[in-house]
Design a protein around this ligand. Structure first.
Ligand SMILES: Nc1nc2c(c(=O)[nH]1)N[C@H]1C(S)=C(S)[C@@H](COP(=O)(O)O)O[C@H]1N2
Ligand SMILES: [Mo]
Length: 417
């Protein structure tokens, strides 16, 4: 087993271990427009901000100074109002620790696990050369460029965890006097752009369908009222113990624990209470469950499934020696705390209980570990599967043509000598 690279920077004048840092993609001006998380390098529960992934579907907007910032609450409320950041900070606060996972994270594993496919195994390791190859939406859509991107854009490492502090959305809505015919809460960012069909072609890995062109839009989502009023759905200005950074939606973003990243609206400038579900592009045309682009039975994507990530050992650690090895990882669910993790070292034939570290944070991942005693040389597939407090066991999500919400069981393949 190769010795891990642990040497890092000098911190406060003393040598220090290597710290996990995300892999960034930048625009022509050198500003960050996307990033992936070196998730296998995470220790503990919270992803450091410098290692957290970054996604913007349209274009990164210009920043707004927090002193000039207001968010407008309108629609089906008795008292429409504009809130400054100071107004919000006077309300009863709430902090949430949660996993944020992009709906498309690990989408390539659908292809990899597809029986009979000879797709290359997607890598969880960010290599020196990796960039995000992120596209910013542009009015000059060039579907011919798709092939260049199909190979280039990895789907792994679009997940992080964090601690967010803010105020429950429900608190703000109730102060404005929520009307009884409210059904949905539309939250809008001030970022705008024209959705690039290439994003959908990349997601589906096919180009033989029409993508709806809504023109130039703001990024928005219409939360069903029940999730909007959940006490853990918060308007957050702080992330991991400091003010939110611009790339993560400063000054104010929505935190929707359990639901995929696309619900966590960044750069919020408008909150509108409605008596129907709005027709948001990233809700009715993208981020939908369907078997094909013309499937009449399209469903909105909301909560994530149940999922486990093995962080040790890695494929790259092969060959392992005969003896005792730690198998460990992270497990999370979109609908509550993970209660059980089982490990198999014989490719799924038999399963054993792993130790699950309990934290009391139901939206956060749980760390788990298992000691594997291996006495025979050979080739081994190490697998893990999680069960949550509602009894849902991994995998929950079926293949869908946009390849979203992957929560399948991915083996770590190692040899023992
Ligand atoms: N306003 C706005 N909010 C947004 C997006 C966006 O494009 N615009 N992208 C969403 C998507 S798809 C994801 S996965 C998360 C990513 O959040 P992060 O960049 O803080 O990790 O933000 C979500 N919120
Ligand atoms: Mo996303």
């Amino acid at each position: 087993m190769a010795k891990k690279e642990i040497e890092g920077d000098w911190v406060l004048g003393w040598p220090d271990r290597k710290r996990p840092v995300h892999k960034q993609s930048k625009d022509a001006e050198g500003r960050v427009i996307g990033a992936r998380t070196p998730i296998l390098d995470q220790e503990g529960l919270i992803t450091p901000t410098d290692a957290s992934y970054i996604v913007a579907q349209l274009r990164m907007p210009e920043p707004v100074h927090p002193d000039d910032y207001t968010v407008a609450v309108s629609g089906l409320v008795e008292r429409p109002a504009d809130f400054t950041l100071d107004d919000l900070r006077k309300l009863p606060g709430h902090s949430v620790r949660a996993v944020i996972e992009c709906a498309g994270n690990d989408g390539d594993f659908f292809n990899y696990l597809d029986e009979g496919s000879n797709a290359k195994k997607p890598s969880m390791v960010l290599d020196e050369g990796d960039t995000v190859h992120w596209r910013q939406s542009s009015p000059d859509v060039d579907p011919d460029a798709v092939d260049d991107f199909l190979e280039g854009l990895p789907t792994t490492c679009f997940l992080s965890s964090g601690e967010w502090t803010g105020v429950p959305l429900a608190e703000v809505l109730n102060r404005c006097g929520l009307k009884s015919d409210a059904v949905a809460v539309r939250v809008e960012g001030w970022d705008e752009g024209r959705p690039d069909p290439v994003v959908q072609y990349l997601s589906a890995r096919r180009t033989d369908f029409e993508v709806v062109d809504p023109g130039i839009i703001n990024f928005d989502k219409g939360l069903p009222l029940e999730k909007a009023l959940h006490p853990d759905t918060i308007l957050a200005w702080s992330h991991n113990g400091e003010y939110l950074r611009h790339v993560h939606g400063a000054p104010l973003r929505l935190v929707v624990p359990g639901w995929a990243g696309n619900w966590w609206i960044k750069w919020i400038h408008k909150i509108e209470v409605m008596d129907h579900m709005p027709d948001c592009y990233h809700q009715t045309h993208y981020f939908i469950f369907a078997k094909s682009p013309d499937d009449p039975d399209k469903k909105m994507m909301t909560a994530m499934g149940v999922k486990t990530l093995i962080v040790e050992p890695r494929d790259e650690d092969s060959p392992l020696s005969i003896g005792s090895h730690a198998v460990r990882g992270l497990a999370w669910s979109g609908e509550g705390a993970v209660t059980d993790v089982e490990v198999s070292t014989d490719g799924g034939a038999t399963w054993a209980e792993a130790h699950v570290e309990k934290t009391g944070d139901k939206w956060l991942w749980a760390r788990w570990s298992y000691v594997w005693e291996v006495g025979e040389p050979g080739t081994y597939a190490i697998m893990a599967r999680a069960t949550d407090e509602t009894g849902r066991r991994q995998p929950q999500t079926e293949w869908n043509f946009q390849r979203k919400h992957f929560d399948g069981i991915v083996p770590v393949d190692v040899t023992v000598e």
